[in-house]
Design a protein around this ligand. Structure first.
Ligand SMILES: Nc1ncnc2c1ncn2[C@@H]1O[C@H](COP(=O)(O)OP(=O)(O)O)[C@@H](O)[C@H]1O
Ligand SMILES: [Mg+2]
Length: 639
């Protein structure tokens, strides 16, 4: 083996360039980062041939004197940190002192720079890392860096560049990220002498985002503004109708730094679970502020990846902030004009419940919270009474199934004697207290979405309602609506101490085989908590003696068999968020189990109106779609 020797600065720079400078867009990012760190209020970016011929970034920031301009070409030369302890709390974009020498080593590189108080500036030209000239020159205060012929001396690297269109796309994407990260800075992008973006400063996220996505889309987004555990989350999140097939429009900024963080994508997915379809992504723009010592950005030279000291807490706070934001639009008929279907409201999932435990712990000394919880409990009582009353008028299911359901207790005594919660045998088996209900995310409110005011035009194909809304036609899937209603009732049962079930006057006896009985035994306590009261009656026999309020009434035995079949096939997903997934499975079983008629469907509309999130079924599919008058006109070519 040859002797060990220290590599020359030139080779070291080129190696570093391999990591820092992946493509023209990464050069742009590094140069804009530097301009922002230099305190610029205006940054102009120009590119030619997708950055391969030229990337130029000029700023009106601090500028440099000649000494510093020469020094910044040296590896690990930086003005942003001085000792190792600074690494624990970095507030500038740069700190590694790598970008300038790396880029200069793989291009024809020019720095033009001038301090504001100096009369003249400096121009330094560098070819492939070698300084070619240094001269005094008259120029504007600030810095202009020109990177020409990128990778001219690294042909292997050049070969890996994608088509001009792809590289231009990356340039624009990077520019958008930078512009969104610092709304206070005026930014321009010119590609091949064409002005692509000219974004004046604006502290308003909506205004800045409107430069990059349609105004209509921005209008449809909801404000996020939440703080917890020293973490602040602000920005915008979209309603379900705006969901996309990829996560490109999910943008996050930690302390104004654009980052990639799969855990934040996951937190968003959790918040939207059950509201949008699987495989869809809700556009969000989230500005997260956190003490810099709680996040490590020194993970990769490109500084897009970060490591959180408390990743779970961050995700919980983000999920919670979105849940609260999604709640905002609930209760206004305005949402019936939403683009594809309606606005979301919050939906309680078991993952949220666990979040809430943490949340409650963090906030346990907060009196305001205690007050809110007391209010929430009061609300819960009134909702329960309401639900009971609504059940008395409840859906008339067709009696076509072979096995008739046993009469309900309420049918014997239809008016609840007091506001006190109902007692039912299954409830007795549920532990007295459910700690989860001490959370902020389960305040139970009475919801009204204006669905009760829709004019029903027609009952179609035994499973749809066609209605007239404030702004056009609304087509509602009764199956999806019924699933949503039962789903919320089950989760309400689980999350509150108030009973949202009805006891069966004559319990249904279920004689099962060994494996089915074993399965029921396994999920018995969770099923009871959701409102399906099952009692073991010896050997493989179980008694069903209560169900959620709006549960189907016909052929309960058949329905439980169906639930068991589905449970046998989905053991994996049930390991996580067990209550949520059980409730989803049960709803899935009920959907093909119910027949609708005109009277029952009107009542479904009333019950749906009281749901917290009436817009999607528990699997995330829409409950109704809205075809606006404008859209109708468009389709008929009349606009
Ligand atoms: N546009 C600019 N305006 C003023 N100073 C700059 C500019 N670009 C680079 N510099 C100086 O050059 C140094 C080296 O830059 P760079 O190689 O990107 O490393 P880092 O940003 O990590 O410090 C910076 O620390 C800064 O002092
Ligand atoms: Mg830098």
């Amino acid at each position: 083996m040859a002797d060990v020797k220290v590599l020359s600065a030139e080779i070291a720079n080129r190696i570093a360039a391999g990591e820092v400078v992946e493509r023209p867009a990464s050069v742009l990012k590094e140069l804009v980062d530097n301009a922002v760190d230099a305190g610029a209020t205006r940054i102009i970016v120009r590119t030619e041939n997708a950055g391969t011929s030229l990337i130029e970034v000029s700023d009106n920031g601090s500028g440099m004197n000649q000494n510093n301009a020469l020094l910044c070409l040296e590896q690990h030369a930086t003005s942003k940190i001085t000792d190792a302890s600074d690494l624990d709390a970095i507030s500038s974009y740069g700190f590694r002192g790598e970008a300038i020498p790396s880029v200069a080593s793989v291009s024809r590189f020019t720095i033009l720079t001038r301090l504001h108080d100096d009369l003249e500036g400096t121009m330094i030209q560098v070819n492939g890392g070698e300084i070619a000239s240094v001269e005094k020159i008259g120029c504007a205060p600030g810095t202009c860096i020109r990177v020409a012929k990128l990778f001219y001396n690294v042909p292997a690297r050049k070969k890996f560049l994608k088509s001009q269109r792809t590289e231009d796309f990356h340039i624009q994407e990077t520019f958008i990220q930078m512009a969104l990260s610092r709304p206070d800075i005026h930014m321009e992008l010119h590609c091949d002498k064409r002005k692509v973006f000219n974004i004046p400063p604006s502290q308003d996220t909506r205004t800045r985002l409107s430069s990059f996505v349609s105004r209509d889309q921005v209008k449809e987004m909801m404000e996020v503004d939440y703080q917890e555990a020293g973490i602040s989350v602000k920005g915008l999140c979209s309603r379900p109708g705006l969901a996309r097939g990829n996560s490109r429009e999910q943008r996050f900024f930690i302390n104004q730094r654009p980052i990639i963080a799969p855990e934040i994508n996951r937190a968003i997915r959790n918040a939207y679970e059950g509201i949008i379809n699987k495989g869809q992504f809700a556009p969000c723009i989230l500005y997260i502020e956190i003490d810099p010592s709680r996040v490590d950005i020194n993970v990769h030279p490109a500084k897009r990846e970060v490591r959180f000291r408390e990743p779970q807490l961050i995700c919980q706070v983000i999920s919670h902030s979105l849940e609260l934001a999604l709640r905002q639009l609930s209760g206004s008929q305005q949402k019936l004009v939403a683009p594809t279907f309606l606005n979301p409201a919050i939906q309680v999932t078991s993952s949220r419940v666990s979040l809430s435990l943490d949340t409650a712990k963090n906030l346990s000394e907060n009196n305001e919270l205690n007050k809110q919880q007391a209010e929430a409990r009061k609300d819960l009582t009134s909702v329960n009474v309401d639900s009971q009353i609504s059940h008395q008028n409840s859906v008339d299911l067709t009696k076509s199934e072979a096995v008739q359901h046993p009469p309900r207790k309420e049918e014997v005594n239809p008016v609840p004697s007091s506001n006190a919660p109902q007692v039912n045998p299954a409830q007795n088996e549920v532990p007295e207290s459910k700690p989860e209900i001490q959370s902020t995310s389960i305040e139970k409110k009475e919801f009204s979405h204006g669905l009760d005011k829709l004019d029903i035009i027609s009952f179609y194909n035994s499973e749809y309602l066609i209605c007239q809304g404030d702004n056009g036609l609304i087509i509602l899937s009764l199956k999806a609506a019924r699933e949503r209603i039962v789903f919320e009732q089950m989760l309400n049962n689980y999350r509150s101490n108030i009973d949202h079930t009805q006891a069966l006057l004559i319990p249904v006896s279920l004689e099962l085989n060994h494996s089915d009985s074993h399965l029921i035994e396994k999920y018995h306590s969770q099923l009871s908590e959701l409102g399906l009261g099952l009692r073991h009656f010896g050997a493989n026999t179980w008694l069903l003696d209560s169900t959620p309020l709006s549960f189907p009434e016909d052929n309960l035995f058949g329905l439980i068999r169906k639930i068991i079949d589905l449970l046998h096939h989905s053991p994996e997903s049930l390991k996580r968020d067990i209550h949520l997934n059980l409730a989803k499975t049960i709803c899935k079983a009920t959907s093909s189990h119910i027949k609708f008629n005109e009277t029952s469907s009107e009542k479904i509309l009333l019950e749906l109106d009281k749901c917290e999130t009436p817009y999607s079924c528990p699997q995330g599919r829409p409950v109704f779609i809205n075809i606006s008058d404008n859209e109708l006109k468009k389709r008929f070519g009349r606009n």
